[in-house]
Design a protein around this ligand. Sequence first.
Ligand code: IPD
Ligand code: CA
Length: 263
Amino acid sequence: MHPMLNTAVKAARRGAAVINRASFDLDRVIVNEKDHNDFVTDVDQAAEQAIIEVLSKAYPDHSFICEESGASANVNDETEFVWIIDPLDGTTNFMHGFPQYAISIALQQRGVVTQALVYDPVRNDLFTASKGAGAYLNEKRIRVNKLDRVANALLGTGYKVGSPAALHEYLKMYGIMAERSHGVRRAGSAALDLAYVACGRLDGFYEKGLKPWDIAAGALLVTEAGGIAAEFNGETKYMESGNIVAASPKVFGQMLGLLAEFA
Ligand code: IPD
Ligand code: CA
């Protein structure tokens, strides 16, 4: 394993210890609402601090973009090393004791994500990928499904409360995709949804309005597992737009076709 990915694993396990400890006593978790139905807990913050502590100790010169504490000063696409962190993707699930959430850590080098980790502390599923070196689940190589028809696919999606127009679009997309596949799951952690595409538990995923920390690690997992990740119009700037479709190559093409009116 690449040494920087190895350090990320250490950091994720430290974050997971914070999350697991808190999961035994959810009544004590302190919840704040950042926006309507957009929550942060003291556990998100403590896990993020634990992760940053490990990474910044190992790499004092590296920069950070984190869901809760924000970005280091002057980070841009030329910055040599940037860690992109979501300490608890699926905060709402966590708050309710619904066991579907994950830690997401990616390393971006001069604008390109090169290392990725998504860790599910409930199932102890550790998904990792290094650019050009494949994707792994608990150190076993993973590949996207070979499925060639979206009609036989199980898909994932997500939605963060937004404008009435965004809700209308989400519901319309949901109707089309649910009709044309085996089904669409809205499990509540985009990072984990993408990891599931990488290992074949899902055949495809789509969502609009995501943030870089929701996508960065999961997208590299998918591409290193032989899949495709792109925007709804097929362009590659999903980290900027937050709009992503990810799937095995054949299913991906058919998903883009079905989602064309939303590109
Ligand atoms: C959210 C989850 C969810 C997705 C939302 C994200 P959070 O992240 O990934 O699945 O639908 O768009 O914001 O807030 O739980 O870290
Ligand atoms: Ca998130």
